[in-house]
Design a protein around this ligand. Sequence first.
Ligand SMILES: *[C@@H]1O[C@H](CO)[C@@H](O)[C@H](O)[C@H]1NC(C)=O
Ligand SMILES: *[C@@H]1O[C@H](CO)[C@@H](O)[C@H](O)[C@H]1NC(C)=O
Length: 309
Amino acid sequence: MLVQLLLAAQVLVPAYSANTSRYAFYRDIGVGVEGSRRVFGGAVAGVGEGGTACALLDRFWVARCSGAVLALRWVLTAAHCVSPRLSYVKYNTRRHPTTDGDVAPVHYLYMHPGYKVVQEDEGHGVDVTVLHHDVGLVRTRSDMLLVAAPSRDPLVAMKLYDPEEITGEEVQVFGYGRTERSVLGEELFCVRLVMSRCARGSWVHCVCGAARDLRGVCSGDSGGPVHYKGVQIGVTSMGPVECGGGGGAARGATSVFTALRRYADLINDTIHDTDSALRMRVISRASLHCLRDHVMLSALTLLTLGVLS
Ligand SMILES: *[C@@H]1O[C@H](CO)[C@@H](O)[C@H](O)[C@H]1NC(C)=O
Ligand SMILES: *[C@@H]1O[C@H](CO)[C@@H](O)[C@H](O)[C@H]1NC(C)=O
């Protein structure tokens, strides 16, 4: 498995080009090439901080992505994290591989109907050129009661701030991704970034965050919550291919987030099962009519992870 992941990482990281940041989804936590894909500069999240953050695990209990508990049986994450491989949600934990925390089995998976990603090889490696609506939901089979519940209903709070209008403000990004201290991403970390403009016009409803030093998101952070003034305003979508550190990552490389405010009603309608045309679609391995989505997901998996399928 590790060998496969290593191969995948090599497929994903072709020749480095000096002043270009390439972007990729972090769907899996794999061992990077010479540690060059670890994150940096974050701090272990304090008790109560990021209380909604959760890890999305596959059936082997390996963390695939991060997420945030939104309601009793609902987790908010990135659409590209929504894969039939997800089996469990681990929450109320700061170290998911330990016995610390609680587990809820995954029931249904949802992604935004307009989710779209185009990855192209522009001559200097595969890059995400188009990114639309990278937001999804995971429904669990059992209730999730948070030890450190947010003071405000996340569904209401999501509408408080427009992430696209807080350029220059500081946000907190939470995730169980890889760090300079934990190669396999075992601990909830928090990193502070300053909101900035995204370089690409073809990234729809995305906001970016940058640090002046080598900080940012990494493998396994995808789907994790982005907080502003204590409420979730975004979901981690992408980061530079070489997260933060050695191996020539760009200093101050931006991390990319999905701005939630515009999706608040859609998310609420999906959770309340309102009869709305904009409801997110259910994706499930068993269901025949979702075959198209399934195929799309498989294609994405291949593109993102190379040899893994
Ligand atoms: C690097 O930056 C310079 C100046 O900003 C630009 O002219 C050049 O095209 C860039 N190179 C690449 C590979 O993007
Ligand atoms: C979510 O939807 C329910 C049912 O339609 C509605 O009562 C509630 O006010 C909505 N909440 C928000 C935050 O929009």
